[in-house]
Design a protein around this ligand. Sequence first.
Ligand code: ATP
Length: 234
Amino acid sequence: MLKVNNLSVHYGVIEAVRDVSFEVNEGEIVSLIGANGAGKTTILQTLSGLNKPTNGSITFKGKKIHGTTPKKIVKNGISHVPEGRHVFSGMTVKENLEMGSFLRKDKEGIKKDMDRVFDRFPVLKERINQDAATLSGGEQQMLAMGRALVSQPELLLLDEPSMGLAPLFIREIFSIVEDINNNGTTVLLVEQNAKVALEISNRGYVLETGKIVTSGIGEKLLESDEVQKAYLGG
Ligand code: ATP
């Protein structure tokens, strides 16, 4: 579904991503893991058109997408939940979720997905008419995930969904990632938290200073020397 070939991305003279190749097949959850500064965020931003590659190619469903605009990439079916707080402040919880569904026409399906979000995160239902800016960090992350669920993209790019969350919330967030995937969305997940990410992933790639150093099947990757080194050896 998504094919990345020999991708390099620079910030001025800094080579943040070096000759990276990987693919994501339809229906999978794939993780890109690696320490701080490994280039994970840069890769996602390049996939969604926010950064331009200096070399390499990106194809989605057989079509070249590098060099096109973020808007066209979204219309093609790729949605990006960036790192940090990413809700629309000045809008209520409900309006934020509605923003997620703006490309969909099936009113009943949207309603069903909204109900699933509220079942999963009852606190969002309690705060349905509250300004999203007044939610806690964890609640904002739930809302961002809820919006991703109702937007039903073909491919969802998720940047560090566990960032800054208490362990209990992290489990919740990751279980909704599985829900989104079961609903038919393919997921590319970027995480520093290798363990929780690989637990729910079909496959994973490990990045170290801009390069992929190893890849493998889900949890098995945790035992590899490269993962041990990336996380323990520094
Ligand atoms: P993190 O989890 O901290 O976001 P990451 O793996 O996502 O880490 P990136 O944010 O992609 O890594 O950063 C990769 C490299 O590119 C790092 O060396 C970083 O300092 C550099 N970098 C990132 N953004 C910029 C920028 N806007 N200008 C210059 N250098 C940047």
